[in-house]
Write a protein that binds this ligand. Structure first.
Ligand SMILES: [Zn+2]
Length: 91
């Protein structure tokens, strides 16, 4: 058994904590980056295992997957997220 460090946003693990520390701010699943992967409007358009990104509001998925910060990005669990923050504050 080995102790590993795991990204807070995806399943990436490493023995070196510095690698995970560097990865987390750039992680495709980090909501701060507003990539397609965490967006409510993204869906899989490919068939038979081929990955073709789809966007329900027809924005540029190549930019959305590679650069992030999509102007149409909406997090699916935004209400849950807000409720959790309010709960943490005891409101
Ligand atoms: Zn990650």
């Amino acid at each position: 058994m080995k102790q590993v460090w795991k990204c807070d946003h995806c399943s990436k693990t490493d023995l070196d904590p510095d690698k995970i520390l560097k990865h987390e701010p750039e992680c495709s699943f980090n909501k701060m980056n507003k990539y397609c992967y965490t967006c409510k409007f993204s869906y899989e358009e490919g068939y038979g295992g081929e990955h073709i990104p789809g966007c329900e509001i027809r924005l540029d998925t190549y930019k959305g997957e590679d650069e992030g910060n999509c102007p149409g990005w909406v997090y699916e669990y935004i209400d849950e997220d807000r409720d959790n923050k309010l709960n943490e504050l005891g409101i």
